[in-house]
Design a protein around this ligand. Structure first.
Ligand SMILES: [Zn+2]
Length: 301
C-alpha cells in the first residue's frame, strides 16, 4: 500500500509535470504564432538590407564620372592665349554653382520603370534624366540636379538652344498612350514643389519635351494633366475665354513665338501648343484655339 500510495503520488506529480510542460509549450507556441508575421517581416527586412544592389556596378561608374567632373571644377581658370595676358592670375572670391531654371517633363515611352532604369544606366543609349517617377509614385533621383542630364536633345525654347544645360529632366513611366497614374502625379507635384523652392524656377518654365522639340517629340502625351500643374503654380493656364475678343491683327505664330515655341515648322508648333493646352493632337488653328492662345500669351508678355 505504502508503495502503491507512493507510486500514485509519483503518478500525480508526473501528470502535473506533464501539464506544466504542455502549458509552457502552448504558451510559447501562441507567442511564436502571434509574433510570426513580425519575425518574418524582420527576416525579410534583413534579407532586403543584405541583398546586393543590382546597379552597384553602374553606381561606381557614376561616382567615377562625378569625381572627374569635380576635378574640372577644382582647376583654376587658365590664361587665354590670343588676348593680352595679365602678370598674374586673380580669382574672384564670390561664386557658387549655376542652377537649373527649367523643368522638362517627359513620358518614357517604355513599358516599366525597371526598363527605364536599365536604359539610363547603359552607356550606349546616351540618354538620361535627373528623375524617373514610377506609376506607384516611387521617385528615382538618378543624377545630381547640378549636373547635366541628356534628356532634351536638340531643342529650343525662346532663344535657349541648350536646354540640357539649363534644365532638370523628369521622366514619367508611361508608354505614351495611357493616362498618368494618380500616385505618379502626386509624387511629381511634391517633387516640383521642392525644385521650384530650391532653384526659384519661374512658373512659365515648367514645360514638356514636346514643347521644346515640336518636330521630334510628343511627350508627355496629350493626356498629361497640365492644368492641374498650372493650378499648383507649375506652368501657366488661361482663364475663361467666353468673352475674349481676339484682335483682328492678332498673329498666332508670333504669339507662339513669344510663349517660347520654335516656329520653324509652324504646324508642328501649333500641334505642340494644342497638345499642351487643349489635350488635342490636331494641327489646325480654329477660332476657339485663337481665343485660348490670345488669353494665354498675354501672361507671357
Ligand atoms: Zn522626352
Amino acid at each position: 500500500m505504502h508503495i502503491t500510495h507512493h507510486s500514485s503520488n509519483i503518478y500525480i506529480a508526473y501528470l502535473y509535470f506533464m501539464y506544466l510542460i504542455k502549458s509552457a509549450f502552448a504558451y510559447y507556441t501562441l507567442r511564436i504564432s502571434r509574433r510570426t508575421p513580425y519575425i518574418m517581416l524582420y527576416i525579410s527586412f534583413l534579407l532586403a538590407a543584405c541583398s546586393p544592389n543590382p546597379y552597384a556596378a553602374t553606381n561606381r561608374v557614376y561616382k567615377q564620372q562625378a569625381k572627374t567632373l569635380a576635378q574640372t571644377l577644382r582647376s583654376a581658370p587658365g590664361f587665354i592665349d590670343s588676348v593680352k595676358q595679365p602678370p598674374y592670375w586673380v580669382g574672384t572670391t564670390n561664386f557658387n554653382l549655376r542652377k537649373p531654371n527649367f523643368v522638362i517633363i517627359h513620358h518614357t515611352a517604355q513599358n516599366s520603370c525597371e526598363q527605364t532604369l536599365r536604359t539610363f544606366t547603359l552607356a550606349r543609349t546616351q540618354v538620361s534624366a535627373h528623375y524617373v517617377i514610377c506609376k506607384d509614385g516611387t521617385v528615382h533621383h538618378m543624377l545630381n540636379d547640378y549636373l547635366r542630364a541628356w534628356q532634351a536633345g536638340i531643342s529650343k525654347w525662346g532663344n535657349d538652344a541648350d536646354i540640357n544645360s539649363a534644365s532638370i529632366g523628369i521622366e514619367l513611366d508611361n508608354n505614351g498612350f495611357e493616362p498618368f497614374a494618380e500616385p505618379q502625379i502626386s509624387s511629381l507635384l511634391q517633387l516640383l514643389k521642392t525644385l521650384k523652392g530650391s532653384y526659384n524656377i519661374p512658373a512659365a518654365n515648367f514645360i514638356g519635351h514636346g514643347d521644346i522639340a515640336p518636330t521630334r517629340k510628343n511627350d508627355p502625351n496629350y493626356l498629361f494633366p497640365w492644368k492641374q500643374l498650372a493650378d499648383s503654380g507649375y506652368g501657366y493656364w488661361y482663364s475663361d475665354t467666353a468673352n475674349v475678343q481676339v484682335p483682328e491683327n492678332f498673329n498666332h505664330l508670333q504669339a507662339l513665338r513669344i510663349i517660347g515655341y520654335d516656329i520653324k515648322d509652324t504646324s508642328a508648333a501649333i500641334q505642340a501648343f494644342k497638345r499642351h493646352w487643349m489635350q488635342d493632337t490636331t494641327r489646325q488653328m480654329y477660332e476657339a484655339d485663337r481665343k485660348i492662345l490670345f488669353s494665354l500669351f498675354t501672361k507671357y508678355q
